[in-house]
Design a protein. Structure first.
Length: 354
C-alpha cells in the first residue's frame, strides 16, 4: 500500500493547472505569461515584472541541505501554515474524513480542517504536557487521515521523543499520515522526524524559517515528505506561491554568513530562555514555568488576567493562552532580546495590581 491510497481520489485524478512557466522554460523573449515586459518603476524592481519560479531550485536545494533531506522530498510553501492547509485538502474528503490533534496545541490544524469540512478528533495531552502514544492511537478512527503532532509543542514547549514518533509512524502506516510539526525544532536540538521518511512514506514534517531564522515576514515554510506526497501537493499548490523578494531573503539568510549569524542569534535566545525561566520562577504570583524546548515559555500565574493587563499597560504584549485546556492560568511569553526580557521582568517585579 502507498501513502497515496490515503489521499483524495479526485485530487489524484484531476488535471492540475498548468502555468505558462511550467509549460516552457528558457527563451529570451517571454510573451507566454501575460506579464509586463517592463520592470516596475520602483527601487529593487528589476525582475519583479516576471512571475517567480514555482519552486526555485536554489532554495529547494538549500532547504534540503539545511534539513538534511533530499530535494525530491522538499516542497517550499508560504509558511508552514500553507503546508498544513495543503495536506488537509489533499487527504481529507469534506464531510467524511478527519484529522486528529492533541490539545493544547497549535490552532491551525483544527482551523484548516474545519475550512475543508473535515472532522477534528481530539486526544488531549497528559496534564504534564506529555503525549501518551497509546491514548492517541486509541483515538484514531477509520476516517482519520492526518495525525498532527507538534514537537516542541506550541503552546506548552514540550518535546515528543523520536522513539514515540517512530512508534506512531509504524502503527499508523497504511491508515493515516503522521504530520510532525517541527516549527520550533532549532530551539530543541532534538533529532528530526524527517529521518523516519526513509522507512515510512506516511510521515510528513513541517519546518519553517519564521522562528529560528527570523523570517516570519517572508513566509517560507517547508514540507518534507515522501516524493509521492510532494508530487500530490504540487498538484494543488497555487501556481506561483513564493514571491521573489521572499526567495531572495531566504537565500541570503541561508548563505554561509547568514548561517553564521543565525547560530549566534540562536545561542542568544537559548541563553535568554534559561535566564527567563529562572527569573520568572522566582517572582511572586508565578505558579510555574513550564519547561520549554522552544523560543517561548508558558507560565502559570495566580492572576493571569491581571498580569496580562499589567504587561499590556506597559506596552508589552504576550499571548493569553488561558482558553487552552489545562492552561487556564497561563500566559505564553516569547523569548525576546535581553532588553525586552528585562522589561517583562521589571513590570512583573513591580507587582502593581492592574
Ligand atoms: N506550526 C506551529 C507549531 C506554529 O507555532 C506556527 C506559527 N505560530 C506555525 C506552524 C506556522 O508558521 P509559519 O506559517 O510562519 O511557517
Amino acid at each position: 500500500m502507498s501513502v497515496l491510497d490515503l489521499a483524495r481520489e479526485d485530487i489524484r485524478a484531476m488535471a492540475p493547472y498548468s502555468s505558462a512557466r511550467m509549460e516552457a522554460s528558457g527563451g529570451t523573449v517571454l510573451l507566454n505569461a501575460n506579464e509586463s515586459s517592463r520592470p516596475p518603476n520602483i527601487p529593487g524592481g528589476d525582475g519583479l515584472n516576471r512571475y517567480p519560479d514555482p519552486q526555485p531550485r536554489a532554495l529547494v536545494n538549500a532547504l534540503a541541505e539545511l534539513y538534511d533531506s533530499d530535494a525530491s522530498r522538499v516542497l517550499v510553501t508560504r509558511g508552514s501554515d500553507e503546508a498544513i492547509d495543503l495536506l488537509v485538502r489533499a487527504f481529507c474528503r469534506a464531510g467524511r474524513d478527519a484529522v486528529l490533534i492533541s490539545p493544547p496545541t497549535f490552532g491551525m490544524y483544527a482551523v484548516s480542517a474545519r475550512i475543508q469540512g473535515a472532522a477534528v478528533i481530539e486526544s488531549p495531552l497528559e496534564p504534564s504536557g506529555a503525549l501518551d502514544a497509546d491514548r492517541l492511537l486509541a483515538a484514531v478512527t477509520p476516517d482519520t487521515r492526518l495525525v498532527f503532532v507538534c514537537t516542541p509543542n506550541n503552546p506548552t514547549g514540550n518535546l515528543v521523543d523520536i522513539a514515540t514518533l517512530r512508534r506512531l509512524a509504524t502503527e499508523l502506516a497504511g491508515r493515516a499520515v503522521l504530520v510532525v510539526d517541527e516549527a520550533y525544532a532549532e530551539f530543541s536540538g532534538a533529532r528530526s522526524a524527517a529521518t523516519l521518511i526513509d522507512e515510512f512514506d506516511n510521515v510528513a514534517v513541517l519546518r519553517t524559517l519564521s522562528k529560528a531564522w527570523s523570517l516570519a515576514g517572508a513566509r517560507i515554510g517547508t514540507l518534507i515528505a515522501h516524493q509521492d506526497v510532494i508530487g500530490l501537493l504540487r498538484r494543488i499548490i497555487p501556481p506561483y506561491p513564493l514571491p521573489s523578494p521572499c526567495v531572495d531573503a531566504a537565500l541570503a539568510a541561508l548563505s554561509y554568513e547568514g548561517r553564521r549569524l543565525q547560530r549566534h542569534h540562536l545561542q542568544e535566545i537559548l541563553g535568554e530562555r534559561s535566564r527567563m525561566a529562572v527569573e520568572l520562577a522566582r517572582l511572586p504570583g508565578v505558579r510555574e514555568v513550564l519547561p520549554s524546548h522552544a523560543n517561548f515559555l508558558a507560565v502559570r500565574f495566580d492572576d493571569p488576567a491581571g498580569t496580562y493587563r499589567r504587561l499590556y499597560a506597559a506596552g508589552i504584549v504576550v499571548r493569553d493562552i488561558t482558553r487552552y485546556p489545562g492552561l487556564g492560568d497561563a500566559l505564553r511569553i516569547t523569548v525576546g532580546t535581553g532588553n525586552e526580557n528585562d522589561r517583562v521582568l521589571a513590570v512583573l517585579r513591580a507587582g502593581v495590581p492592574a
